[in-house]
Write a protein that binds this ligand. Sequence first.
Ligand code: DGL
Length: 263
Amino acid sequence: MKIGVFDSGLGGLTVVQAMTKCIRGAEIFYVADTKNAPYGEKTSEQILHFSLALTQYLIDTHQIDALILACNTATSAAIEKLRKRYPSLIIIGTEPGIKPAIAQTKTGKIGVMATPATLQGNKYQNLVATLSLDKNIQMFEQACHGLVEQIEKGEIDTPQTNEMLEGWLCVMREANVDTIVLGCTHYPLISETIEKIMHHKVKLIHTGDAISRHLLALSSQKGHHNVGDIAVHLYVTGKINIKMVESILDGYASLSFVKIKEP
Ligand code: DGL
């Protein structure tokens, strides 16, 4: 099986990391669109344009059988258009895990960290509306301006990143938030820093494992036998922190690093 995956940068590798634990007999073609990152600070028209171009590139160049939008922001802006345009392709997106957060919270206080574009998008607004939250649930939404850039730079636990997180998370900590939804695939890369700032009294929710299981179920229906090796080929439209790539995928995948022009 050939699986195309894209994100604005390193974040989608957290989804690939989950995929390498349960998918076999597959090649993953991962595009990090770092030239256009961060997506979360762009308009939905721009994000749609990038997503359509990357998908076309993955289909034309790598003949993919499945597409994973390993990016909440791109899912919000583009998944409906992509499903209409490519009806026979398996297409799976990434959405903030509000449902599992509601199932797990004990205090009823849930934090949601995401990019500005994801929180403003209709998809997120509709997701929250359809869950018709009962009055015991209180949501604390935080658009994390600039956080993706920090992560791309490898600033995982630096004073500046800590200061940004402290500014956003102190409200959640004081309000007894016990569950935080990581609504951007970059944020699992700073899980430990977030946990430290929340005094280790928080459960973090991200959806890489759920996406991988969903992919396995859909591809098995189409005849995929989940046996053999898994390889990850990485393509990048701009610069990337290769040390971080290696540390995220360490030991799970063979890596070929090819720099491509923007599709
Ligand atoms: N990793 C992406 C997400 O899940 C987007 C980050 C960005 O480029 O702003 O939303």
